[in-house]
Write a protein that binds this ligand. Structure first.
Ligand SMILES: [Zn+2]
Length: 183
């Protein structure tokens, strides 16, 4: 069990790299095929370096989160398309609605949206977060097929299908900024 928290970004790269930004966020970039166990082992072997780097971080919190490059963003969008489509397919019957098209974007302003025509939009960054966050956003957008507003009736639908909604909405409010800074 690793004692550091980190975000894994998989892409078609050849080797594993560990980056620590000025805020102490640890990002591991890895090829698609490298197992979590292998990544944990690499993290363990680098733990002295990680600890030292974390303890030498600058004090100011006006520092920059490292941006994803174009290839990473493309890979992330593809991974998001697969994962999000599966969750939409799973939740749509539970909400009791149909939908039209699913689009994956990298927007700086929103996590998801749903048009009157039932076209769903999701932010690719959601797949980097705990899966519960993604599920809560999927349910939120699908519930807009029932209510195109944020009324009590709307949230009644959300909570019926996803009782933990508030907990993960709060998580997103607290941690979402850090992810948006990656794009
Ligand atoms: Zn909404």
């Amino acid at each position: 069990m690793n004692r550091f928290e980190y975000t894994i970004i998989r892409s078609s790269r050849k080797s594993v790299s560990i980056n620590i930004d000025r805020k102490g966020n640890i990002t591991v970039r890895a090829p698609h095929r490298v197992s979590i166990r292998r990544i944990e082992a690499i993290m363990d072997s680098k733990s002295d370096w990680i600890e030292k780097t974390l303890s030498n971080l600058p004090k100011a919190d006006e520092s920059e989160t490292e941006k994803l490059n174009e290839r990473e963003l493309k890979d992330l969008t593809e991974a998001a398309r697969k994962a999000i489509t599966r969750r939409v397919e799973y939740y749509a019957p539970l909400v009791g609605v149909t939908y039209n098209r699913i689009s994956i974007r990298h927007q700086h302003t929103r996590w998801g949206s749903c048009s009157k025509q039932g076209n769903l939009n999701f932010n690719c960054l959601l797949v980097l977060m705990p899966p519960e966050v993604l599920d809560s956003i999927v349910v939120h957008e699908l519930c807009h097929r029932l209510e195109m507003n944020h009324s009590k009736a709307f949230y009644d639908h959300v909570l019926r299908v996803y009782p933990d909604y508030k907990k993960w909405h709060k998580w997103l409010n607290e941690h979402g900024r850090k992810y948006l800074d990656m794009i």
